[in-house]
Unconditional design. Structure first.
Lengths: 226, 78
């Protein structure tokens, strides 16, 4: 009989698993180093990939809003620390955006396994776009999974934090589409553009910048759908 | 896992020395107070405090951190 491997994944209401890891801002011990703070731990498939880059820029731009809510952002992927540093520097160089939160270098995938961020049906080697919202008592309060192809809505993650904190503060529940105040969300022309799959050979990467797309770098080019 | 406060041969980084000098000036501080005074993220401060405590430069009194003799000696040499 064929054996089925059962992978245990943390669920809402569970205590978040403990771990120690190297990050772009030094080593961390979770949850000890984050006691008393909310944490949004999110995984991305890989450094130097286009959708992830747009997400990181999105998280960086809203980092101040997360900080106001006592939330520490932590990124993660199965890449080494040098790749993370090079990518963060590349984002700064090409877009002027500084990544102000730590990114875990989970080279052996230990943290990804602990949190169930590897979904073999989607990919057995890279993490899906997982988000864990963890409260100051290290309890997992919300989990979101997105596939590799689709970037997350960072405003929605912020809205989720607002909802959870409101629930705790006022002992209420929040309805569909609840927002803490009238929003001025950025649904601009830029939000309608899509990403062109990045080239996979050196030759194509060199050509990409001459192909008429809107490129931030060879691996991140966008176009409008006609 | 080292965060670079103390090198393998026991030398202190500039960031570690700054933290020790701040504690010498203030006497004793909590992790939150240090984060506020240094404008560094709390998790990073906690990581540094853990490393400096384990290397014998700091001791804890409840939630407060204080310098040890080893730290006083290290500061006097700078």
């Amino acid at each position: 009989m064929e054996e089925t491997k059962v992978v245990s994944m943390p669920r809402i209401g569970d205590l978040a698993p403990s771990f120690e890891a190297q990050t772009t801002m030094g080593p961390i011990k979770f949850p000890d180093d984050f006691k008393g703070q909310w944490v949004v731990l999110f995984s991305h498939p890989a450094d130097f990939t286009p959708v992830c880059t747009t997400e990181f820029i999105g998280f960086a731009k809203l980092n101040g809003e997360f900080q106001k809510r006592n939330v520490q952002l932590i990124g993660l992927s199965i890449d080494n620390i040098y790749s993370h540093i090079a990518w963060v520097m590349n984002i700064k160089e090409k877009t002027g955006v500084e990544i102000p939160f730590p990114i875990i270098a989970d080279v052996d995938g230990k943290v990804a396994q602990l949190f169930g961020m590897l979904h073999p049906g989607e990919s057995s080697t890279v993490t899906v776009r997982a988000v864990f919202v963890i409260d100051p008592n290290a309890k997992i309060r919300a989990i979101i999974y997105y596939p590799l192809s689709s970037g997350r809505n960072i405003r929605e993650i912020l809205r989720l934090v607002d909802a959870l904190q409101t629930v705790d503060k006022y002992q209420v529940a929040t309805p569909a589409n609840w927002v803490p105040a009238p929003q001025t969300w950025e649904f601009t022309e830029e939000n309608t553009k899509v990403i062109v799959p990045p080239p996979t050979t050196y030759e194509d990467a060199v050509k990409r910048l001459q192909e008429g797309y809107e490129c931030t770098d060879w691996y991140l080019c966008k176009k409008k759908l006609s | 896992m080292s965060n670079g406060c103390v090198s393998p041969d026991g030398r202190l980084s500039d960031r570690a020395l700054m933290l020790l000098k701040l504690l010498k000036e203030k006497g004793k501080l909590t992790d939150i107070e240090i984060a506020e005074l240094t404008q560094r993220p709390l998790f990073q401060v906690r990581s540094s405090l853990r490393e400096l405590t384990s290397a014998g430069f700091l001791k804890q009194e409840g939630a407060h951190y204080l310098l040890t003799e080893k730290a006083e000696e290290a500061i006097s040499k700078t």
